[in-house]
Write a protein that binds this ligand. Structure first.
Ligand code: NAG
Length: 171
């Protein structure tokens, strides 16, 4: 009896810790795929065949962002340490989203030539919404006193999407 009452709080801490790690792992995957997508865009010569890896990475990214949202939703509340780890992973993602979306904007003339820019615009809209959902799910698990800070931390991701969407918008 005493033993279980002693272990119960420990078990809870263990869950929160594992959940924090799962959220960081999900963010890391999203970050890596964002980087791969950026590489695929940067390497792309403008041919139709070369769009395949771009579409593939982009699809993988969307799936991973949705998985990240689910992981965050199923997570226990994150403690300060977990929040710090998540913040670091988020910061990495801010950088790679900026790099990848900048590459995408640079490549717009090539997408225009293949009449693919409307497709990119739709994809960007989907990615933005999925990313906003993921951020919201993560922020909901951050300690209340850190939520404003967390919102500020993810804001550049939203701003990057806004820029890219503006660039691909025909009017
Ligand atoms: C990337 O970051 C730079 C420097 O902060 C900024 O000037 C630029 O607008 C950003 N680009 C995108 C697509 O987020």
């Amino acid at each position: 009896m005493k033993f279980t009452t002693l272990l119960a709080p420990l078990a809870l801490v263990g869950t929160a810790l594992a959940d924090g790690k799962a959220v960081v792992a999900a963010l890391t995957k999203v970050d890596e795929t964002t980087g791969k997508l950026g590489d695929a865009v940067t390497k792309w010569k403008g041919d139709i065949f070369g769009t395949l890896p771009i579409i593939a990475e982009s699809t993988t990214l969307l799936v991973q962002v949705k998985k990240g949202t689910k992981t965050a939703e199923e997570s226990e509340a994150l403690d300060f340490d977990a929040t710090l780890a998540v913040a670091t992973a988020t910061n990495n993602l801010v950088t790679s989203v900026n790099t990848t979306l900048s590459a995408l904007m640079d490549a717009k003339p090539k997408f225009d030539k293949l009449l693919m820019s409307p497709l990119i615009l739709v994809t960007l809209g989907l990615q933005k919404r999925a990313t906003t959902d993921m951020s919201a799910a993560i922020i909901a698990k951050v300690p209340a006193e850190l939520q404003e800070l967390a919102k500020g931390l993810v804001a550049p991701i939203d701003a990057s999407f806004e820029q890219a969407i503006d660039a691909f918008h025909p009017f």
